[in-house]
Design a protein around this ligand. Structure first.
Ligand SMILES: O=C(O)CCC(=O)C(=O)O
Length: 186
């Protein structure tokens, strides 16, 4: 569920100092929260999160943007923990291609088996906070558990100095529109 900040509670919550001060200390300047989201993969969910870089969607330069992802359940390999590609934030945004996954329309086009082998699994408990750079490649498998939910709450913070690359964003928006049209949802 995206755009939770449209709700008055989350609009105010996104400016809470506990979150913004942490983001400022990591990004080294003042920040602005650019959205609050809720993720769930219910038991038996068949939808994986494809490998992607958040900044492919945001198109921010410089890429001083991070996502804070707060675990609300015990999350491990079985119910679809996040998997990170270590060091991937150092090499810029890779080419992405269309997926069939609702909410994650684009995935890294040439993600390799070797990269899958190098992934770091983030197994977490309720209240643990994961923070990833906007250029870090990450993904998650389906929830294979028959009983356990896999819930999280996330907020994205961008540094005040970031500007959106409007031509890159336009390209992404056009691609997204074409996909939605093909899927019959726009
Ligand atoms: O929870 C997920 O599966 C995806 C989360 C994600 O990609 C993100 O917050 O950047």
């Amino acid at each position: 569920m995206h755009r939770m900040e449209l709700d008055a509670y989350f609009d105010e919550y996104q400016r809470s100092s506990r979150w913004t001060e942490l983001a400022e200390s990591l990004l080294g300047e003042s920040v602005h929260c650019h959205g609050a989201e809720w993720f769930n993969k219910p038991p038996g969910s068949t939808s994986p999160t494809p490998p992607h870089q958040d900044n492919y969607y945001f198109c921010l330069a410089p890429p001083k943007v991070l996502t804070m992802w707060l675990a609300l359940d015990e999350i491990d390999e079985e119910n679809g923990c996040l998997r990170y590609q270590p060091g991937s934030h150092r090499f810029g945004v890779r080419d992405h291609a269309a997926t069939q996954t609702s909410g994650f329309s684009q995935a890294v086009a040439d993600y390799t088996e070797e990269e899958i082998q190098r992934e770091v699994l983030a197994c977490v408990s309720p209240g643990d906070l994961l923070i990833h750079h906007g250029d870090t490649i990450h993904r998650a498998d389906v929830n294979r558990s028959a009983t356990r939910h896999r819930r999280s709450f996330a907020m994205v913070f961008q540094a005040a100095s970031c500007q959106r690359d409007e031509s890159a964003f336009e390209r992404y928006a056009l691609q997204r529109k074409k996909q939605q049209h093909e899927l019959g949802i726009a």
